[in-house]
Design a protein around this ligand. Structure first.
Ligand code: ZN
Length: 591
């Protein structure tokens, strides 16, 4: 009886205990620029660290999103866009498995979400029990789309994002196998990547990882500044173990570069013979920047400096950048996308570079599930980007347009809970407002409520506990609660999970003289369902009200006649009506 009970307790514990699958990829790939087709072979060693026996494995074939009839293309039709639905046979992307086996057993890829083929399942020949390892060999061919979306090709420039059969995450909720959709990006399993790329000899390559063998082309493309710091020995990379796709030596006019990376959940790369290289270093981290001819906003070390400054700022905030290098490239598409050790940017704007570098932490180091909890990724990242600019001296008014935009949506009843899954938001505009903008303001409210020191301590706690792991809202809440020493459910529940609105109002502000003193009486009313401690400022002095009650009366004894009462004087709260936040005192006559 006792033993059975213990076993039950352990079972219950095992269900909730954190686990992370272990993956190791070896990949060989060769790019034919005549057809733009990449032919590749991967060996994936997969260790099941979960408490469950697995009977299938799932992979993302994300490039299949960028073609007609994908779930992505069909979702875009709902928003009146036809970018991928109308792409012709020479222009759309594809990612096609040509052979797959588990151990020595050939298996059949199953496209259970057809016609979408961004997720493929394979049934395992034998179930994979907890603690067991299996090996999957995959041959595939892939091509990027001429219409860029994170990935893309233009002439000889190829941006290889999400280009290999990417093992889906298996976590405490099971397999994360959503098809790739316009709203919400990545979720990845951490592991090791050993990738050999065979390309034309004049290509200049940037990638996740360090080039352990071969010439990425940086020295020849260097515009000035220091010599490229390749850091070939950053890892104790094993001797190469060929997979048999590539010949012993590259063909004439070709070259091979072997890349190696550990503790990353995605491997991206880019190749362009026209890239210009500039490098630098920040502490032990090599910085590589690859830009295009005529990029006057990138050159003379400008992009290198922005990259270094952002790495320094976020290392200080959370904890050190954990990888040996960071590569920042000028990609084909505008905007930016983050990958571990690599950011692909459409411009050298400081705001864009800082935002994508922020994602090295809130995405790369803290591996959130961006389509399930996008705010943990983009909202956090947007907040951190603004914090960087605050630290550089930007005025608080930098938040005003975000505040006004969200207040307007809330007054119109158009907000949706921040915690919704990305694909559930009613349209791209609402997704963007609720995933980037509103949560950045919510983080700002939390920082103001806790104080900056406590908030910073929470980020360190989060890093110490969760660096290079998958994270959820619960992990972040726990870090803040540890640092603050108080329960914060009231905060997260309201602001992340509801659309409750907040409106404090000064109902009345009266003052009367009593001898040499003034007695000030302020009535504060709360409308709406949300509440937050709010600062009440009377002339030069401020105090924080608990503000839970719908009506509060505050009495102050003052030496001078008060003139004005103001709620939330620093304009931090998501208070949807701020014109009722201040009032001049009415003098009611002495007694
Ligand atoms: Zn972002």
């Amino acid at each position: 009886m006792k033993i059975a009970l213990l076993a039950l307790l352990f079972a219950a514990q095992a269900d909730t205990a954190y686990f992370q699958q272990d993956i190791a990829y070896r990949i060989e790939a060769t790019l034919d620029e005549g057809t733009d087709v990449l032919t590749a072979r991967a060996r994936l060693d997969y260790t099941n660290n979960s408490p469950d026996t697995l009977d299938s494995l799932y992979f993302h074939l994300e490039l299949n999103a960028f073609r007609p009839n994908s779930a992505w293309a069909r979702r875009e039709l709902e928003y009146g866009e036809r970018r991928f639905q109308d792409l012709g046979p020479d222009d759309h992307a594809f990612e096609r498995i040509t052979a797959i086996r588990v151990g020595d057993t050939p298996v059949r890829p199953e496209y259970r979400g057809a016609p979408d083929s961004t997720v493929v399942a394979i049934a395992l020949p034998q179930p994979l029990p907890p603690g067991a390892r299996t090996t999957v060999m995959i041959d595939w061919q892939t091509r990027l789309a001429t219409e860029p979306r994170r990935q893309g090709r233009r002439g000889r420039h190829h941006d290889f994002a999400q280009w290999y059969p990417r093992i889906a995450v298996y976590d405490h909720t099971g397999w994360a196998t959503r098809p790739l959709l316009p709203q919400g990006e990545f979720y990845g399993e951490y592991g090791t990547f050993d990738v050999t790329l065979d390309v034309a000899a004049d290509q200049v390559i940037g990638a996740t990882g360090v080039p352990v063998e071969g010439d990425p082309g940086w020295a020849a493309a260097r515009a000035g500044g220091p010599e490229p710091w390749l850091k070939r020995d950053a890892y104790d990379a094993p001797a190469p173990q060929p997979l048999g796709l590539l010949d012993d030596a590259p063909a004439e006019g070709r070259k091979r570069v072997r890349w190696y990376a550990e503790d990353v959940h995605h491997f991206a790369w880019t190749a362009n013979p026209d890239y210009i290289y500039e490098g630098g270093r920040i502490g032990d981290v090599a910085v590589h920047v690859l830009y295009q001819p005529g990029d006057t906003a990138w050159d003379d070390g400008v992009a290198v400096e922005h990259t270094k400054n952002a790495i320094a700022f976020f290392s200080d905030l959370f904890g050190p950048y954990p990888w040996p290098q960071i590569t920042n490239v000028h990609r084909i598409e505008p905007g930016g996308t983050e990958f571990p050790m690599m950011i692909m940017d459409g411009s050298a704007s400081e705001g864009l570079i800082v935002h994508e570098i922020a994602h090295q932490w809130v995405h790369g180091i803290f591996g959130n599930n961006e389509w399930r909890e996008g705010w943990l990724d983009e909202g956090f990242g947007s907040f951190l980007t603004n914090w960087y600019f605050e630290a550089k001296g930007a005025p608080p008014s930098m938040w005003d347009s975000s505040l006004e935009g969200i207040r307007r949506m809330e007054r119109a009843g158009q907000s949706q809970p921040i915690a919704l899954e990305s694909a559930e938001f009613r349209d791209p505009r609402t997704y963007s407002a609720m995933t980037y903008t509103k949560p950045s303001l919510v983080f700002r409210m939390l920082r103001d409520y806790l104080g900056e020191d406590t908030f910073r301590r929470a980020l360190k706690v989060f890093y110490e506990r969760k660096a290079l792991q998958h994270v959820t809202e619960q992990d972040l809440r726990a870090a803040f609660e540890t640092a603050a020493g108080e329960d914060l459910d009231w905060f997260f529940d309201q602001w992340i999970h509801t659309t409750a609105t907040l409106d404090y109002r000064i109902e009345s502000a009266r003052a009367r003289q009593e001898g040499s003193e003034w007695v000030a009486t302020i009535e504060v009313a709360r409308e709406g369902d949300a509440w937050m401690p709010v600062t009440l400022q009377v002339d030069g002095s401020a105090r924080r009200l608990d503000s839970r009650e719908p009506r509060q009366v505050v009495t102050l004894r003052l030496t001078e006649r008060p003139t004005q009462a103001v709620l939330d004087p620093d304009n931090i709260l998501l208070d949807i009506q701020i014109d009722n936040n201040r009032a001049a005192f009415e003098v009611t006559g002495s007694r």
